[in-house]
Design a protein around this ligand. Structure first.
Ligand code: LRH
Ligand code: MN
Length: 424
């Protein structure tokens, strides 16, 4: 389904006056806004190909209809998101859930929608039908060399598929671990995983990056072989300059200080990118900023400070991706809300008075430091984020437009009520 620019223009026309008032007020509050608006226009967040359908749990799944039935329809849906907010300019594929049949056709379709291919994701956490060996007891860590070889070969194949699509990074998330004490020799599991990653790393083209995603638990519930930032850092440090740690916000033990982890990894030059989402208990994969918007702001506060300290390009030098699963929300509306929350956190972090904060920190003026941070967090920057969309031809209020034009109903007419997308 295509959303032509006339529909967006007429939607914006109705909202223009109230938007302009909000923008003038916001500008009166924070002064210079064009620099921030341009940074927001440049900031693109990759959409996961596995999050365009309804997610579920072992207790149930309640599809909402009109879900994409193919990679082509997934690209169309991400294209629709990008038309609505001009901030979703890339799709991250998961292999084998999304293996293209005709690479050139898929690349053409993606560029028609203004989309690039972000990181490709390998999958050695499920057994594929025609697979020789099972990953029941792990993949790169497996005590059986033949199984490790099978998993290495899959990752190298995913790199080849990524090259054909124009992607420049591979994300490796390993479900590997153990469920009971005594099941696994941790040192051997680490060594096997490192040796396996070294073979995958050796297959990376010179301009590629390898993102090693850590996770504290699930599906293994006693140990995970890449369980936290420290373990991921130790692997990527040994692998080389093209290997980095990927931070999925839902992959931490309760109350972990993720913004401190981000600051250290960034300082070490080993932060590769993010899987943005939110959670209250485990890897809940909920809408970014839905439960802990202040944590998301604090993470971007460390990102802006740390990236500027290294002279990094905010839009290009890290992998910005969402990783979410939608049990009760319309997948498209959920993704639009996640992008909005990430843009708001970034804009607020750009507002932080860094000089004043440094002075407060040097004077141990704890109260002043909090005032400076929370002043930025409590500044309503939504008009700036909306203005960035307006200036780039997108919608002032993407969710409202999505509903006003009954996009989901149109997708159901086109695809039916029972369609199920590949993915989690
Ligand atoms: C693991 C994870 C990983 C993906 C999967 C879909 O929990 O975050 O990034 O491979 O979700
Ligand atoms: Mn993830």
């Amino acid at each position: 389904m295509l959303l032509d620019s006339n529909k967006i223009a007429s939607h914006n026309a109705d909202l223009l006056k109230s938007h302009a008032n909000k923008l003038v007020f916001t500008a009166s509050e924070i002064g210079e806004t064009d620099n921030i608006i341009q940074k927001l226009i440049d900031f693109q967040i990759a959409i996961p190909s596995w999050a365009l359908g309804t997610g579920g749990t072992r207790f149930g799944r309640f599809p909402g209809g009109g879900e994409p039935r193919s990679l082509e329809e997934k690209i169309e849906d991400v294209g629709l998101l990008h038309a609505l907010n001009n901030a979703s300019g890339a799709i991250s594929l998961h292999i084998p859930w999304d293996i293209p049949t005709d690479y050139q056709a898929i690349k053409n379709l993606a560029s028609q929608h203004g989309l690039k291919f972000d990181a490709v994701n390998s999958n050695t956490f499920q057994d594929q039908t025609n697979q020789e060996y099972t990953y029941k007891y792990g993949s790169l860590q497996n005590v059986n060399k033949a199984i490790r070889k099978q998993a290495i070969a899959h990752n190298i194949e995913v790199i080849q598929q990524g090259i054909a699509l124009g992607s420049e990074s591979l994300t490796v998330w390993l479900a590997d671990g153990s469920c009971f004490p005594g099941q696994l020799n941790f040192r051997k599991a680490y060594q096997n995983t490192l040796e396996s990653l070294e073979e995958i790393y050796a297959a990376l083209p010179s301009n590629w990056k390898l993102f090693l995603e850590y996770k504290c638990a699930e599906p293994n519930f006693y140990s995970t072989t890449v369980a936290d930032w420290g373990q991921s850092y130790s692997y990527v440090k040994k692998l080389g300059d093209k290997a980095f740690t990927l931070v999925d916000l839902g992959h931490h033990l309760p109350n972990a200080n993720i913004e401190q982890i981000v600051a250290i990894l960034l300082m070490e030059g080993k932060l590769g990118g993010f899987h943005f989402n939110d959670s209250k208990y485990g890897d809940d994969d909920l809408t970014a900023g839905a439960l802990k918007p202040y944590q998301l702001f604090l993470i971007f506060n460390e990102l802006v400070e740390g990236m500027d300290a290294r002279g990094m390009n905010h839009a290009k030098d890290l992998g910005w991706m969402i990783d979410a699963s939608h049990n009760v929300k319309d997948p498209m509306e959920d993704l639009l809300q996640s992008v909005e929350a990430i843009m708001i956190a970034y804009a607020q972090a750009l507002l932080v008075d860094r000089k004043a904060l440094e002075i407060a920190q040097n004077e141990n003026d704890v109260v002043k430091a909090q005032e400076i941070l929370q002043n930025a967090f409590r500044t309503d920057v939504r008009a700036l984020v909306a203005e960035a969309r307006l200036r780039s031809g997108a919608a002032l209020n993407p969710v409202a437009l999505y509903r006003d034009f009954a996009v989901r109903q149109e997708l159901i007419k086109e695809r039916g009520t029972k369609t199920v997308a590949t993915g989690l």
